[in-house]
Write a protein that binds this ligand. Structure first.
Ligand code: HEM
Length: 348
């Protein structure tokens, strides 16, 4: 009986390894199938090889390499020494591409942006947004709904005065609990209260007003859409909170920086006779340089993009479903772009 169990378990294990390796090797060797149009609009097909990268193991792919570093972005930077600024990685079974310089990043986000409008199927993204990451503005794939949500959000995203109303399993369970608490708060404390007083004939007071009106006016906008949009906006503002805390921490370490910012604040506010606002940015170059330096120095990772069809970056093919990691960490810390990148220097 013991030997039977042993053979069955070993058999299952071997089948898993072989299947996993076959899938990985197949996706490594797959070529991107591109349709190319020349000046005479004659369509041709071209197959392009994917970028080279380290040899993956069955089941884990290259996770062993990335796991050796404190954070994945350090690992991505270290691998450029062996593979250059663009290379492939296999994380688990998933084919990934890592881009590590400004030109390549522009190629992904700007020049070929329409082919990289997807986001990865990470479990935690689904858990955060009611079981479907497409509920989120920031974690969804590109769609007509996203186009509509962006247009709706844009109406309230330019600099303006504040609203007159402002006036691992255990881990994912925690995420579900947090997101449910936030949703309950938004529903009870923001939406339900404001919905009662909505007046379609009055101009929008703020973003919540615009969302509630679109719920009445536009049949394609659901209650869930506006709740999740508010959630994304609250989440977005936590990035601002983090930026403020980090800025204060760096300024506290260097009183000279604090003095120079204080000088600009006193000058622009006429010694506190009026408040500073977003339109004062041009008059406060040192303060702005400090904020940009905090963004560079802290270098928060960008949510990966996913190729929605076969395409090309540099001279390499990128197959549909490839996760693309934008290594903005190397962009912000490389001596190629910055003198003394380890120093916090707003005047750079
Ligand atoms: C210090 C402040 C902030 C920083 C550094 C920041 C940074 C970023 C970055 C790097 C991206 C990813 C872009 C990409 O993957 O191509 C992003 C996306 C996004 N951010 Fe922010 N953000 C900030 C504040 C905010 C705020 C205040 C909001 C909301 C009011 C917001 C809402 C969003 C949304 C909705 C997206 C997804 C956009 C899309 O894919 O269409 N962010 N942000």
């Amino acid at each position: 009986m013991f030997f039977l169990m042993f053979y069955v378990i070993t058999g299952i294990f071997l089948v898993a390894i072989v299947t996993s390796y076959a899938i990985i090797i197949f996706s490594c060797q797959k070529r991107a199938n591109l349709r190319i149009e020349n000046e005479n609009s004659i369509k041709a097909k071209r197959k392009l090889q994917q970028a080279p990268g380290p040899r993956p193991w069955p089941i884990i792919g290259n996770l062993d390499i990335i796991g050796q570093f404190n954070n994945p972005f350090q690992g991505f930077g270290a691998l450029t020494k062996s593979y250059g600024d663009i290379y492939s990685l296999t994380l688990g079974h998933t084919r990934c591409l890592v881009v590590n310089n400004l030109e390549l990043i522009k190629e992904v986000l700007n020049k070929n942006g329409k082919f990289f409008g997807g986001r990865p199927e990470f479990l935690r993204y689904h858990k955060l947004f009611g079981g479907d990451r497409n509920n989120s503005l920031a974690l969804c794939d590109w769609s007509q709904l996203q186009q509509k949500r962006r247009n709706l959000a844009r109406r309230h995203c330019s600099p303006r005065s504040s609203s007159s109303y402002f006036a691992k399993i255990k881990h994912t369970q925690k995420i579900c609990h947090w997101s449910a608490t936030i949703r309950k708060f938004i529903l009870e404390r923001v939406i339900n209260r404001r919905e009662i007083n909505i007046d379609l004939d009055e101009p929008d007071v703020d973003f919540t007003d615009a969302l509630l009106k679109s719920l009445i006016e536009n049949k394609n906008v659901s209650r869930n859409t506006i709740i999740f949009m508010l959630e994304d906006f609250i989440g977005g503002h936590s990035a601002v909170g983090n930026l403020v805390m980090l800025s204060l921490a760096y300024i506290a370490k260097d009183p000279e920086i604090a003095k120079r910012i204080q000088c600009e604040v006193d000058y622009v506010s006429k010694n506190s006779q009026r408040s500073i606002n977003l339109h004062d940015m041009d008059k406060m170059p040192y303060t702005m340089a400090t904020i940009f330096e905090v963004l560079r120095y802290s270098s928060s990772p960008i949510v990966p993009h996913v190729a929605t069809e076969d395409t090309q970056i540099s001279d390499f093919g990128v197959t549909t479903g490839t996760i693309v990691f934008i290594n903005n960490y190397i962009l912000n810390t490389s001596p190629k772009y910055w003198k003394d990148p380890d120093q916090f220097q707003p005047e750079r």
